[in-house]
Design a protein around this ligand. Structure first.
Ligand SMILES: Nc1ncnc2c1ncn2[C@@H]1O[C@H](COP(=O)(O)OP(=O)(O)O)[C@@H](O)[C@H]1O
Ligand SMILES: Cc1ncc(COP(=O)(O)OP(=O)(O)O)c(N)n1
Length: 366
């Protein structure tokens, strides 16, 4: 019996908040032994990306082969892959090793605007990598690029998830960090608007941490029978908001955010301003949708959130969790990490998240 083994194929972030560094920290926090195949070295801090030095595809392959042939891999994630040649080479090795616990974070553009994937490489990602993905975790701009459509509403998000699943990914998680949930007309049909760093910074300090964390919004017929608010059992059925079994209002802290998340589950009629206080990740397994809702933390310290989220999924898969459990744990992990970010207080720009926060909450029994 070996320890859970997790590999990241991604870029290095000298600032330590994203990329390989975030992945290895996350693996460690969740009890997986972390390994890396570095695709590019970025010159990066909280203020942005100052340079990108890609590896050759052969060097990436050698790293993958070195760990795959000796140590072994229970789950892997991909992050910044930079160009089509690296995507094609890495995909070929993943397929050759027969690895199936594959989490693809289709990193394209850093929050500061730097290009981490060449635009022409999107086609290679769709062709070579997505068919190998057990889970793919695009943010909204990435989902737009992969699905080839704009995303303004939750129904758009569902359609984009269907299109991305059709490319071969078994589970699609369209993350909501870039969305202002239900800014118009509700979470199910409302427009999705970008949240700028400046807006987030302006709002910072407006709410303290929520320790209630992720509340799944199920879409399944059994839940409906149990008297949930609304449900959908499949892609074709009505999809909507339902209250998970045993659900109680969130407790303690971030009162406005709590109220928004609770209202979202209990009553679809709520002010737009309140809806903007939730963050929703949409999960699609090819059959049904699930919405994971959490309190939106008003902070600019979200550097590396996508890397951390996907690494947490991979770590849990490496330990034997199923996809559903892995994604939920990852959502809780990133929520805790963002809540803990202000205590780090690092850098003058978009600061990193606190990778140890989830473990600390667990240790405290929360
Ligand atoms: N302000 C926030 N408050 C709570 N969770 C957030 C916030 N911003 C992002 N997240 C969560 O972090 C994860 C990464 O989301 P996102 O920021 O959309 O990805 P990326 O870093 O790839 O752009 C998702 O689970 C999302 O729900
Ligand atoms: C080396 C490297 N890889 C990925 C990213 C992007 O990280 P992500 O979590 O998607 O979000 P931001 O860091 O851009 O906020 C990165 N910056 N560097």
């Amino acid at each position: 019996m070996t320890a859970p083994r997790a590999l990241t194929i991604a870029g290095s972030d000298s600032g330590g908040g994203a990329g390989i560094q975030a992945d290895i920290k996350t693996f460690q926090e969740l009890g997986a032994f972390g390994m890396s195949a570095i695709t590019a070295v970025t010159v990066q801090n909280t203020l942005g990306v100052g340079g990108v030095y890609p590896m050759t595809p052969a060097a990436v392959v050698e790293q993958i082969d070195a760990v795959g042939s000796d140590i072994g891999v229970d789950a892997l994630k991909t992050g910044m892959l930079f160009d089509a040649a690296i995507i094609e080479a890495a995909s070929a090795r993943i397929a050759a090793f027969g690895w199936t616990n594959v989490v693809v974070d289709p990193v394209m553009i850093a929050k500061g605007g730097a290009e981490l994937l060449r635009a022409e490489a999107v086609e290679a990602m769709k062709r070579y990598l997505l068919p190998l993905a057990l889970v793919v975790t695009p943010n909204i701009p990435e989902a737009e690029a992969l699905a080839g459509m704009p995303i303004r509403t939750m129904e758009d998000r569902r359609e984009a998830a269907r299109r991305i699943a059709a490319l071969g990914a078994k589970t699609v998680v369209i993350k909501g960090g870039h969305a202002e949930e239900g800014a118009e007309g509700g979470i199910d049909s409302g427009a999705i608007g970008g949240v700028s760093g400046a807006e987030a910074a302006a709002a910072e300090g407006g709410a303290e941490a929520d320790h209630g964390r992720t509340r799944p919004v199920e879409s399944d017929a059994a839940e409906a029978e149990a008297g949930r608010i609304r449900s959908a059992e499949s892609d074709t059925a009505e999809e909507g908001i339902a209250m998970p079994s045993g659900e109680r209002p969130l407790e303690g802290g971030a009162e406005a955010g709590h109220a928004a998340v609770s209202a979202l589950r209990a009553d679809r009629a709520m002010p737009d301003a309140a809806r903007a206080q939730v963050v929703v990740d949409l999960v699609y397994d090819g059959h049904s949708f699930e919405e994971l809702t959490g309190v939106r933390i008003p902070t600019r310290h979200t550097h590396g959130t996508g890397c951390t989220f996907s690494a947490a999924i991979a770590a849990r898969l490496a330990a034997g969790a199923d996809v559903r459990e892995a994604v939920r744990t990852a959502r809780d992990f990133i929520q805790a990490a963002i809540e803990g970010a202000p205590e780090l207080n690092l850098g003058g720009g978009h600061g990193p998240t606190a990778h140890w926060a989830y473990r600390r909450l667990k240790r405290e029994g929360r």
